[in-house]
Design a protein around this ligand. Structure first.
Ligand SMILES: Nc1ncnc2c1ncn2[C@@H]1O[C@H](COP(=O)(O)OP(=O)(O)OP(=O)(O)O)[C@@H](O)[C@H]1O
Ligand SMILES: [Mg+2]
Length: 217
């Protein structure tokens, strides 16, 4: 049973276009949290649970109707919240998540053009727990011009269904992310991800130390 004396953990999401450097920086943040002795888990979307990982494989590889794509994203998210994220936060652990709902707004909304009212309805269904909307406490948006991020991933591996989209798609995804950030400035921090890895890490160090200090005060 949940011990009421354990303070709820903090929820951090990492966002940005494909190849922005999310996974690279997420593993640095993971090490930083460990060095700060902050109990945490690392997870990702779509995925994070055994069923979610199966949905991820379908989402990244199978052609499908764009509304099916949005519904599967939220189905995976429902499973993830119930099975992984909420229990971890209740145990007092921090959750470090590679993408969350902002990615659905950016990709299925900005990228594919599905109206945002659809996501708002699904978000209420999946993330509203007794009147409280579960959202990340902090969202790090790694912002980079798509031509820079595309050049990075073209070198590193075979591209998935989203990564193969045209440059205009990635530009719309980027703009939709920036719009989400403007709408929720209290939880978003925009990080210029076009800079070298170590420079970004120095900024993350300052940003996270300050934020953790503030949020735990
Ligand atoms: N700041 C950076 N400068 C140059 N190269 C970088 C930078 N950050 C990451 N990379 C390189 O770019 C590639 C993509 O990085 P990474 O996998 O971290 O991106 P991602 O945002 O997680 O991508 P995806 O959305 O596809 O998972 C990797 O080869 C990585 O080493
Ligand atoms: Mg990644």
């Amino acid at each position: 049973m949940h011990n009421q004396l354990v303070p709820r953990g903090r929820f951090i999401s990492v966002e940005g276009v494909d190849g922005a450097g999310k996974s690279t920086q997420l593993s640095w943040i993971d090490r930083w949290l460990t060095s700060e002795k902050i109990a945490h888990i690392v997870t990702r979307e779509p995925g994070g649970t055994p069923l979610g990982e199966k949905l991820r494989a379908l989402l990244l590889n199978e052609p499908m109707h764009l509304e099916t794509e949005a519904l599967l994203m939220f189905a995976s998210r429902r499973e993830h919240l119930a099975g992984i994220i909420e229990p971890a936060l209740a145990r007092g652990e921090w959750v470090l998540c590679d993408r969350f709902s902002d990615a659905t707004y950016a990709y299925q909304g900005g990228g594919r053009g599905l109206p945002k009212e659809k996501f708002e309805a699904l978000e209420r269904w999946v993330q509203d727990r007794g009147g409280e909307m579960i959202q990340p406490d902090l969202t790090l948006l790694f912002d980079v011009p798509p031509e820079v991020s595309q050049a990075r991933i073209a070198k590193s591996r075979e591209l998935d269904r989203f990564e193969r989209e045209a440059a205009s798609f990635h530009e719309r995804v980027r703009n939709a992310y920036l719009e989400r950030a403007r709408a929720a400035p209290h939880r978003f921090r925009i990080v210029n991800a076009a800079r070298p890895i170590e420079v970004i890490q120095q900024e993350l160090h300052v940003l996270l130390s300050g934020w953790a200090h503030e949020t735990l005060a």
